[in-house]
Design a protein around this ligand. Structure first.
Ligand code: NI
Length: 155
């Protein structure tokens, strides 16, 4: 019974014997136009592979983005990452670069890269990675439509 009466300081219970890794996510949104095609293929080849997405006059999507950072909780702040800082990073590096833009024509990253959801997710990850602490993991989920989405974790 004495075991249960003894009071331990709160930190005794909170001090982990393992590191608590938590994922923090931020949602964002941008509207962009694109065309899926290869410049080195004929119109017939592009139509066969990309169908309506090869429309020469482009088409648009309402992209939904989820950026997730996984890491240990900072014992001083209680944060893995300050979500305000994460939100600002997404605004500066992704929304300002992509929103209301034609990805093929306006965004240099896609000058010679087909702007598929897969490639857009990789470009987003590469833009954000230098701004995320090296010890933390970064994951990008990109919805091109409510039903179609891709995930990139950097490997
Ligand atoms: Ni499309």
């Amino acid at each position: 019974l004495s075991l249960f009466r003894k009071s331990y300081p709160l930190t005794y219970y909170l001090k982990p014997t393992f590191v608590m890794r938590v994922t923090v996510s931020r949602k964002a949104h941008f509207n962009s136009a694109h065309r899926l095609y290869r410049k080195d293929w004929t119109m017939e080849q592009n139509d066969a592979v990309f169908g309506k997405c090869n429309n020469p006059n482009f088409h648009g999507h309402n992209y939904e983005l989820i950026v997730s950072v996984t890491g240990a909780i900072n014992q001083e702040t209680g944060f893995v990452v300050d979500v305000k800082i994460l939100s600002d990073l997404i605004k500066t590096h992704i929304e300002h670069a992509f929103d209301h833009k034609n990805l093929n024509l306006d965004v240099p990253d896609f000058k010679d890269l087909n702007p598929t959801a897969e490639n857009i997710a990789v470009v987003i990850w590469n833009k954000l990675r230098p701004h995320i602490e090296a010890k933390n993991d970064l994951e990008v989920v990109l919805y091109e439509t409510p039903r179609n989405f891709v995930t990139y974790k950097g490997n």
